[in-house]
Design a protein around this ligand. Structure first.
Ligand code: PRP
Length: 181
């Protein structure tokens, strides 16, 4: 097993735990959408790793697409202003869409995306998020598939970054406070 990074205080979810849970999520999605094809859209950049594992756990015809949205930044979370930097390439019309997210925090990103997607006449829109943070959400977002509940700490790995680092850690861990303070 890979040694834990020196900047990580403790591991929350191991590589093996994540892989097992993502396989369960994929199996659930496969069962729920029998006979259908899916358009799975991930939100760059953090969710790309989750998406890559999730689609390989889904035994259905799956198309992959990507969105990039502006981050509203740490100081302006309550504004909820999200801008589309890169839109999907595929049309959503008539499609069963699953938004793959790495983490649901305030919920503002997903609230924006769901509202935006609903306007494009999809057959359905659901959310699969690997993590849901234990915070009081600012937006009421329904997530059909949730991997893990996680504590309100500064977490990195498996797509999640601090200053663009640590996304490639295969596990999810809590960053040592001295790294970001
Ligand atoms: C993270 C994460 C979600 C969003 C969740 O993205 O990937 O998209 O924040 O937060 P919210 O529920 O409070 O809206 P981030 O802006 O850090 O970009 P990244 O994926 O490029 O790391």
């Amino acid at each position: 097993m890979q040694a834990v990074h020196e900047d990580v205080a403790r591991v929350l979810f191991t590589d093996e735990e994540i892989q097992a849970r993502v396989k369960e999520m994929g199996a659930q999605i496969t069962a729920d959408y029998q006979g259908q094809s899916l358009l799975v859209v991930s939100v760059l950049r953090g969710a790309a790793i989750f998406m890559a594992d999730l689609v390989r756990a889904i035994d259905l015809p799956v198309e992959m697409d990507y969105m990039a949205v502006s981050s509203y930044g740490n100081g302006a979370k309550s504004s909820g202003v999200v801008q589309i930097l890169k839109d999907t390439t595929s049309s959503l019309e008539g499609r069963h869409v699953i938004i793959a997210e790495d983490i649901l925090d305030s919920g503002l990103t997903l609230e924006f995306l769901i509202e935006n997607f609903e306007l494009r006449n999809p057959a359905s829109v659901e959310v699969a998020t690997l993590l849901r943070k234990d915070v009081k959400p600012q937006a009421d977002v329904h997530c059909r598939y949730i991997g893990f509940e996680c504590p309100n700490e500064f977490i990195v790995g498996y797509g999640l970054d601090y200053a663009e680092r640590y996304r490639n850690l295969p596990y999810i861990g809590v960053l040592k406070p001295e790294i970001y303070q």
